[in-house]
Structure formats: structure tokens, C-alpha cells
Design a binder for this molecule. Structure first.
Ligand code: ADP
Ligand code: MG
Length: 579
């Protein structure tokens, strides 16, 4: 609650202004019935046209003022609501941007999307209703009560009528709330679920078609959708029921008031009193009804507020060390060292254990091992996509946790195993993250990555569009563009996580040769599954089940490391093995 409340402080002046207009509107509305009573008693009662006109003009003026105030408040509250939801959306987004894998896993992607859209809209609605109604209702309730006493003509039983009406309304609201409140929590979760299934299905459309599982998927979606609909219909029905009930109560009150007054009416002034009293009674009861409406919106918004606060209050696990908050543009030589590094996903069982090796600048260091042996985990620790559970990683002898994160990542050209391109064109993807890359630089990067042929093939060249996620290029082309993207950074350290697997052998060889020529004294870390890719590496680290089981050059490893020999035997012919 406090987390979200903070956002209102920024717009305090707008809130104050809208409250002032609200007060203006309330004062006008509270005056009207009393003028009405005056008009009846002094004007109509005395058949004095001049008095009627003078009251009439004042009443018109009051009505117009009230109307202008109401419109202004509506205008201001919409502005405040939109601004606050914009601020919230921005902060939720930047918070999520800083999430490390661990925090990311805590929420699901679909839930994060619902939270930054639907949940924020709930808060926006609450803001508008609060400003428009919550503040208005108490003023009208209290003001109306005071005025009603004045026009009650000394009939004390009238107070009881109003009190009874309010009591009935409160009871109705409490009953509705206790039934509906738990459903609102459920509803947001069900929206998450529908979003998740829809997202999965849209992303996996090809697989669904290939496996003919449309019906199964449809059923799955249908079930989630039906559940959401049921909850939604239930809450709507409860709300729908409440309104007519309220109207019945109101009408009953009006009748009772007329009935009570009927016993007392002796002259015209009493009728004038009755008219004013009825209107004040209406205002009082209305204000309670409005408050009840807020209690209907509030529970749902409270669920949303909690869900937003949860995201905003999740501590970021990967952050800059004290005193290293500012990027200094530091460049490293590129000597990477892992010292007894262990890491377990989500703090659970260790995925990699006690990893120690050095990757020197000017050398190619290779990581090889079967799938699931922990290669990607090891290299992801270097740009601090996750933080080591124990041990440490240093660059040029400095613990990476003591380096500004921006500087650290600027020093690493990283090609992740799962490549993602962004919507845009080739130039925007290859020059991604660079402020001002020249055409020549991009061309160079693309050449090294062996992508120039395919880039220059199309008539649009670098302007060729890339659709969302890189769906309109082949796996190998995507991989080469991702490599070019990393190379164009001109970093002292490069990490290629299984980046050559989608390339044919010829391109693989050409790319490695180009890398060797162009990388100069950069530190190159290559993760591979093919022995051929890394045979010539200066140093090969063999991983098995999260542990280092071999470390050395190709020829030595063939003799000393059984795991490496097995991998090599399965891929290379006897001559190639060259034992
Ligand atoms: P490799 O790249 O060698 O194929 P990974 O580093 O991707 O292997 O995976 C190593 C181990 O860590 C595997 O057993 C895998 O199940 C686990 N793992 C990988 N990513 C995650 C993740 N995001 N959450 C939990 N466990 C993971
Ligand atoms: Mg991997």
C-alpha cells in the first residue's frame, strides 16, 4: 500500500486543486434544497413573482457552478489517474528490466504482463473514483445531515428513518463484500492464467499444428477462460443485485418521509420544509451509496495494489557494489579467471560445482561437454546474468562483483545460446547497444560473422527488416547476426555460447578463421558441442555433470580425459583423431 501511495505525492498540487473544486461543488449542491424551500415558502407561497425570479436566478447560478466544478474535478481526476498509472507502468517495467533470472522465475512472464497492464488499470480506476467520489461523499453526508436537521420541522422520528436507511445499506454492503472479496483475488490469478495459455499457444503455434494438438490446446484455453468467466459473472451479478436493492431502500425512505410529514402539515411553510428535507435526506443516503461503491472497487484494486507492490518491492539480487554505481567507461585487458565457482539455480542444488579455470586475453578458451553439463551456466555467470553461489570470478584480477555492471557488460561481447533478434532491421540488430556505429564497422562485424553474403544478397542490405524475435531469418542466419552483434561491440572479451552449432561445417571453419585473425588480443571463450569447432583452441575445459573433468589442449586431453575422448570418438574418424 505504502509503495503505491508514494506515487500520489508527486501530484499533490493537482489533488489539492481537485479537492477545492470538489468542495465548491458540494457547497453549491448543499445550498440548492434550501433555496428551493425558500422559493416555495416566500415566492410560491406568497405568489410573489419578483421573489420567485430572484430565487430562480440564484438557483440557476448555483447549478451551473456545481456543474462546472464537477466537470473540472472529472477532468483533473482523469489526469491524475493517467499520470499515476504511467509512472507505475514505467517503474514496474524498469524494475523488471533489472530482474535477474531468480526474480524473473518468481513471477511468470504472463503474470508480469497482467501486472503491468490490467492491475495498473485497476489502480487508475480506483484513483479516479476516489478523487471523484470518496472525498465528495463524506462532505455531502455530513453537510446533508446538518441541513436536514434544520428542515426537519422538529419531527424527531425523521432522524430514525434516515439512520435505519443507512444501517440497511451498510448491512447490504458488508454482506456483498464478504462474498465478493475473495473472488477478486481469484480473478486476477485467472487473468494471469488465461494470458499465460494464450501466450504459450501463440508462441507455439507451429508445434501445435505439427502435433495436431489444436483441440487439446483449445480445451485448455476454454477451461481457463470458462473459469475466469464464471468468477467474473458471479462478481458482476452480486454488484448488479446490490444496485436495485439500494433503489428500493431509497424509495421506501422517500415514502416514509412523506408519510411522516403528512401528519404534521398545517401550512405551506411545512411543505417547503418537507421538500428541502427530502432532498437533503436523499443527499445523505446517496453519499452512503457512493461510499459503498468505493468499497466495491477497493477490494479489487487492493489485490492489484498488492500485486504491483510485490513486483516493486522485490529486491534486485544483482546490483552494483557500493561506490561502483557510476559507469566509468573502464576497459579491461581481458584476463578472465574462475576460482572454485559454484552455482545453483534458485539457491537449489548446484548446477555447476567448483569450477576453476583461466581464460587469458589473446587466447581461445573452449568449454565442451554434453548437454546439461553446465556450459551455459558457467558462461552466464561471467556477465553476471546470475551471481555465483560461492567462489569468485575475476577479470584482470578484479572480482566482477566489484565492477560497475554496465562497464562489465560493455567489456563482454556475449552471444547467448538462445538468440533473440529484435524487430527492426539488420543494422539496428547488429549495431544493437551501440550509440553510433558506422556502416563500415557494421560491415566489418558482419564479414567476420560470415553473414555478409546473406546481408548483401538482399537488395535492401542492412535495411532488411527483421520481424519480432527474428522470425523471418533462418536459424543459422540468426546465429550469424547474433555473432555480428557481439563482434560489433569490439569488446576485450567474447563469449560464444554454442554459437556455431547451427552453422554448416564450412561456415563454421571460415568463421573461426576470421575470428582468429580479427580478434587479436581479445579473450575468446567458445562453448561448443563439436570437437572440430574447438580442436585448435589454446585451452579446452571439459565439463561433465557440472564439474571440470579435463583441462588442456586437444592432443593432451585425448590421452588424459576419458570424457573428452568419448566425445571425440563419437564425432571424429580414426585419422582425424590422430592418436
Ligand atoms: P549446457 O549449456 O551444458 O547444456 P546448462 O548450463 O544449460 O547446460 O544446464 C546445466 C544444468 O542446469 C542442467 O541440469 C539444467 O537442468 C539446469 N538449468 C539450466 N537452466 C536452468 C534454469 N533457468 N533454472 C533451473 N535449472 C536450470
Ligand atoms: Mg547450453
Amino acid at each position: 500500500m505504502k509503495t503505491v501511495l508514494k506515487y500520489y505525492r508527486k501530484y499533490w498540487y493537482l489533488i489539492i486543486i481537485s479537492l477545492a473544486f470538489l468542495a465548491g461543488e458540494a457547497i453549491c449542491e448543499l445550498q440548492l434544497p434550501s433555496y428551493m424551500s425558500g422559493l416555495l415558502e416566500n415566492g410560491v407561497g406568497a405568489s410573489d413573482m419578483a421573489v420567485i425570479w430572484s430565487y430562480g436566478w440564484k438557483m440557476i447560478l448555483l447549478s451551473v457552478t456545481a456543474c462546472v466544478c464537477a466537470v473540472t474535478v472529472g477532468f483533473l481526476s482523469s489526469i491524475i489517474g493517467s499520470k499515476i498509472s504511467r509512472d507505475l507502468r514505467f517503474d514496474v517495467f524498469s524494475q523488471v528490466m533489472n530482474f535477474a533470472g531468480e526474480e524473473y522465475n518468481k513471477f511468470s512472464v504472463s503474470s508480469l504482463i497482467t501486472r503491468s497492464t490490467n492491475d495498473i488499470t485497476q489502480i487508475q480506476m480506483l484513483t479516479i473514483i476516489t478523487l471523484r467520489l470518496i472525498m465528495f461523499a463524506p462532505i455531502m453526508g455530513i453537510g446533508g445531515s446538518i441541513m436536514a436537521v434544520e428542515y426537519s420541522g422538529g419531527i424527531s422520528s425523521l432522524a430514525w428513518v434516515i439512520a435505519a436507511a443507512i444501517l440497511i445499506i451498510i448491512v447490504l454492503i458488508v454482506i456483498a463484500l464478504t462474498i465478493v472479496q475473495p473472488k477478486f483475488t481469484k480473478m486476477q490469478k485467472q487473468i494471469d492464467r488465461v494470458n499465460q495459455i494464450a501466450g504459450d499457444e501463440l508462441n507455439g503455434m507451429m508445434v501445435i499444428r505439427a502435433f495436431n494438438t489444436q483441440e487439446y490446446e483449445e480445451e485448455k484455453f476454454d477451461k481457463a477462460n470458462a473459469e475466469l468467466t464464471r468468477t467474473s459473472i458471479f462478481t458482476s451479478r452480486m454488484m448488479a443485485l446490490l444496485m436495485p436493492l439500494m433503489t428500493v431502500v431509497m424509495n421506501a425512505i422517500m415514502l416514509t418521509i412523506v408519510w411522516i410529514f403528512a401528519g404534521y402539515v398545517e401550512d405551506f411553510s411545512q411543505i417547503a420544509n418537507m421538500v428541502a428535507f427530502m432532498q437533503y435526506a436523499l443527499q445523505v443516503i446517496m453519499s452512503f451509496m457512493v461510499i459503498s461503491m468505493i468499497f466495491l472497487v477497493l477490494p479489487r484494486a487492493r489485490v492489484s495494489i498488492n500485486r504491483i507492490s510485490e513486483v516493486l518491492n522485490t529486491p534486485i539480487s544483482i546490483k552494483n557494489a557500493k561506490g561502483k554505481e557510476e559507469s566509468t567507461g573502464q576497459r579491461f585487458k581481458g584476463d578472465v579467471k574462475f576460482e572454485s565457482v559454484s552455482y545453483g539455480y534458485g539457491g537449489g542444488a548446484l548446477a555447476v560445482e567448483n569450477i576453476s579455470f583461466e581464460a587469458k586475453s589473446g587466447q581461445v578458451t573452449a568449454l565442451i561437454g554434453s548437454t546439461g553439463s553446465g556450459k551455459s551456466t558457467v558462461v552466464s555467470l561471467l556477465p553476471r546474468l546470475m551471481d555465483v553461489t560461492s567462489g569468485k570470478i575475476t577479470i584482470d584480477g578484479i572480482d566482477i562483483r566489484d565492477i560497475n555492471i554496465k562497464d562489465l557488460r560493455n567489456n563482454i561481447g556475449f552471444v547467448p545460446q538462445k538468440n533473440i533478434l529484435f524487430s527492426g532491421n539488420i543494422a539496428s540488430n547488429v549495431g544493437y547497444g551501440l550509440d553510433n556505429a558506422t556502416e563500415q564497422e557494421l560491415q566489418k562485424a558482419v564479414e567476420i560473422a560470415q553473414a555478409s553474403e546473406f546481408v548483401n544478397l538482399g537488395e535492401k542490405g542492412f535495411e532488411k527488416e527483421i520481424s519480432q524475435g527474428g522470425a523471418n531469418v533462418s536459424g543459422g542466419q540468426k546465429q550469424r547476426l547474433a555473432i555480428a552483434r557481439a563482434i560489433s561491440k569490439k569488446a576485450p572479451i567474447y563469449v560464444f555460447d554454442d554459437s556455431f552449432s547451427a552453422l554448416d561445417f564450412k561456415t563454421d571453419a571460415k568463421l573461426r578463421q576470421a575470428l582468429a585473425e580479427e580478434m587479436g588480443d581479445a579473450c575468446v571463450i567458445i562453448v561448443a558441442q563439436r570437437v572440430g569447432t574447438i580442436k585448435n583452441a589454446d585451452r579446452i575445459i571439459v565439463l561433465d555433470d557440472g564439474k571440470v573433468v579435463g583441462d588442456g589442449k586437444h592432443r593432451d586431453l585425448l590421452k588424459t580425459c576419458k570424457t573428452y575422448l568419448d566425445i571425440a570418438k563419437s564425432q571424429l574418424s580414426e585419422e582425424e583423431l590422430d592418436l
